[in-house]
Write a protein that binds this ligand. Structure first.
Ligand code: PHE
Length: 466
């Protein structure tokens, strides 16, 4: 077992470990972690699988009732301990099995990175296509689908793109906390937001586009089932980077005297606005171009090219979109890798250099089956449930780690903060520097009762559907 880090870290050590330049630096980095393919790729296809408006409604409810409380719970642990998830829980509950929860988080981060980097690789592929002008002529939904299948069916190409993306992640995480991570997000976030607003305005005003808005916001309760509830829960956690300690890790670099609760809530708001904007682009475009709803992980990639030509300067928009999406994905993969890296640095005393290269390479190897799962390998493409309509390996990873593992993680984090470490201690950490948490009693109630019960009910409902 690694030696116990000193209980109160001397100032020099804390500085050496890195710290955000301030509250804004943290918000940008945490928003960078939260906003990514989860909003723009995963949200739309989960909405399509979950039956539209009813999924969105439950998702929004979970963001408020579970996402916001859990974000504060994770930040309180990180800020108090200034450690990675494993070390943090060991410091708060020495000699217990709670550090294993941190271990689950580290493993989940690693596993998510291993399929996330594949989708991020597709983004680079599309960026390349937009630069070479493949979207210059109006393309139909079937042509667009063809283009997607061509890319993902080329095994060598997707593996190469995944490798490129993993390498980019390694290079930024190697630079350490504020140098790499903060700098990247400062310009990106506002630019991405403006571009999404422009695209949403265009999409909604396309002929037939309004049907997409209705689909997104009008709940059809006959679509409601256990999968929808579990999916919405997983999506809320995935999108906010919760349930695996990313926010414990990011909170651990938070300056001691700033208001962390306000920062956490702003991150949740930004993230949700971006997801809804993405929905307002994809669904109108989908109805306009007559793309099939159940396209799965390819949904965004098939839908978007069909509208770039309905825009003046379509190529410019396409290029900007894929470039920004790639950077948004990068600020998320950075946080996934940082959780694993900070564990090996704090607990195993690896150097940052050694950690990024070893973890990055191992993760790349694990990503290969996911890279081959959308056409390149027939076996992996219908991995679960057999040939024909089986689920592909990537979708299975996405559900197992991105939904189940994060939900279990979030459940246990709530139990830990609410019942073990205790709300008063967590509040003390959140309120360090004299910033009172608004609605602090409500927060305690949500963490102790509402979140754990809601997650439990979602799971039980899955196991014993009504
Ligand atoms: N929240 C990120 C996204 O939406 C993905 C992520 C999940 C990052 C979990 C870190 C931890 O793209």
């Amino acid at each position: 077992m690694a030696s116990e880090p000193t209980t109160s870290r001397p100032k020099a050590a804390a500085t050496e470990r890195g710290q955000w330049s301030g509250k804004l630096g943290f918000i940008l980095a945490a928003a960078g972690s939260a906003i990514g393919l989860g909003n723009i790729w995963r949200f739309p296809f989960s909405v399509a699988e979950g039956g539209g408006g009813v999924f969105v409604l439950i998702y929004l409810f979970f963001v408020l009732a579970i996402g916001v409380p859990v974000i504060l719970a994770e930040l309180s642990i990180g800020r108090e301990t200034r450690l990675n998830p494993v070390g943090a829980l060991r410091k708060l509950m020495p000699g217990s099995w709670w550090p294993a929860l941190g271990g689950l988080g580290v493993a989940t981060g690693f596993a998510i990175l291993a399929f996330y980097s594949v989708i991020a690789g597709w983004t680079i592929g599309y960026l390349y296509k937009s630069v070479t002008g493949e979207f210059n002529t109006a393309i139909s939904a079937s042509q667009s689908g063809e283009m997607f299948n061509q890319l993902t069916g080329d095994g060598g190409m997707v593996i190469f793109l995944t490798a490129v993306f993993m390498l980019l992640t390694i290079l930024v995480v190697r630079g350490g906390i504020n140098k790499g991570i903060e700098r990247a997000t400062k310009i990106l976030m506002p630019a991405l937001f403006i571009l999404l607003v422009l695209l949403a305005v265009r999409a909604v005003t396309l002929p037939g586009g309004w049907a997409g808005v209705v689909y997104l916001f009008q709940p059809d309760f006959s679509e409601l089932n256990a999968g929808v509830i579990m999916g919405a829960l997983g999506q809320a956690l995935f999108s906010l980077s919760l349930g695996m300690g990313a926010m414990i890790t990011y909170g651990s670099y938070f300056p001691k005297d700033e208001s962390i609760a306000a920062a956490g809530v702003s991150v949740a708001i930004f993230d949700t606005v971006i997801a809804v904007l993405a929905g307002l682009i994809i669904f109108p475009a989908l109805f306009y171009a007559d793309v099939e709803l159940n396209t799965g992980p390819g949904l965004v990639f098939v839908t978007l090219p069909t509208i770039f030509n309905a825009l003046p300067a379509g190529q410019f928009f396409a290029m900007s979109f894929y470039a920004l999406l790639a950077i948004a994905a990068l600020t998320s993969t950075i946080s996934l890798m940082e959780v694993v890296v900070s564990y090996f640095i704090d607990e195993r005393k690896w150097s940052r250099e050694k950690a990024v290269w070893l973890i990055g390479s191992a993760c790349f190897l694990l990503a290969i089956p996911s890279a081959l799962a959308n056409g390149a390998s027939p076996f992996l493409s219908t991995f679960f449930g057999g040939p024909g309509d089986g689920l592909d390996f990537l979708s299975v990873q996405n559900t197992v780690w991105g939904t189940y593992s994060l939900s279990i993680g979030a459940f246990l984090i709530c139990i830990f903060v609410g019942w073990k470490w205790g709300i008063p201690a967590a509040l003390e950490s959140l309120e360090a520097g004299g910033h009172r948490v608004p609605l602090r009693a409500l927060w305690g109630f949500l963490v102790r009762y509402v979140c754990p019960i809601a997650v439990l009910v979602a799971f039980l409902y899955m196991v014993w559907p009504a």
